[in-house]
Design a protein around this ligand. Sequence first.
Ligand SMILES: C[S@@+](CC[C@H](N)C(=O)[O-])C[C@H]1O[C@@H](n2cnc3c(N)ncnc32)[C@H](O)[C@@H]1O
Length: 336
Amino acid sequence: MHEALPILLYPFDRGILEMPGSSARILVLGASGDLRLPETDAKADVVSDFRPDFLALQRDGFSVFSEAQGEGYDAALLLLGRNRRENETHLAEALRRVRPGGLIAAAGSKQDGAPGFRKRIAELLPIEDHLSKYHGLALWFRRPGLLEEGFLASLSSPAEVTSEGYATAVGGFSEGVVDAGSRFLAENLPSDISGEVADFAAGWGYLSLRLAERSAVSLIDLYEAHLPSLEAAKRNMAARASETNCRFFWHDLLGEPVTRRYDVIAMNPPFHRSRAAEPDMGRGMVATAAKSLKPGGRLFLVANRGLPYEAAMEEHFRQVGEIARDESYKVLWGRK
Ligand SMILES: C[S@@+](CC[C@H](N)C(=O)[O-])C[C@H]1O[C@@H](n2cnc3c(N)ncnc32)[C@H](O)[C@@H]1O
């Protein structure tokens, strides 16, 4: 469960805060797939740019959008996560879209920096009240009547650009810098890669940018669950690899089937969503990759040395091996 959810629900469940009534519209930002709302007849629009959460929310019957839209909401609920700038971007969205006087309530765990968020808001706006609960805090305030665009813009700062000039995404993997593991994979890919290639869990597209340098690659399909990262990948490919035939899929590689079959798949799989390592995510992606290759097709993946993917590679591929290893990473391959 999202650590912030019980904290956010607490003041509503205890009658300290009230949700607006039946004709009201509510915006929910930062939710994960296990969302539960405070008791209300109001119509809730939930925003999620992470495909697995988006799909889970849809399955649970929520009205879900990949981006916030519209104005005049009567209230907004914000679930705070670990990324400070993503939280501030959500706050700016709430301020932009809630009507003057409407309730904005936010909650997060202390470990995720909720106290710092409260401090930051208190510098900008009068906070109505707050409470500490379940190792976190909830706070709420009313949307002020007048808001300057410059003030909102100061909350939603753009994503960092890497020193090489690549666009990245706020709240995405490896913002503002090329990941050392992905660089290690790109440096160790064999020279004979050709044909139709997929970049699984593509992030902002670093591996695709490197694959696009190879003239024998005829197509690159990028699959990624975090929409802002995929948008950054689109910009990077358009700016740096406009000659390459490529397509972009906002896709949950652990929950949605891949219909196309590839000659080669490259990936630096996700290894956690929460704080702890979750090797099942990588193992699940190895299984998806094996299904998505043509006969004889090859998977190349990079992982932290300690992550146990070898058994999954053995299970899903006829031939497997290790191409390279340094003090932090290993590059594994498998042939179908
Ligand atoms: C370790 S990063 C690698 C990113 C990119 N390939 C790079 O080298 O910079 C893993 C990526 O997997 C994405 N991801 C996480 N869960 C996913 C899922 N279920 N389906 C597709 N992508 C997912 C994350 O958003 C993240 O961008």
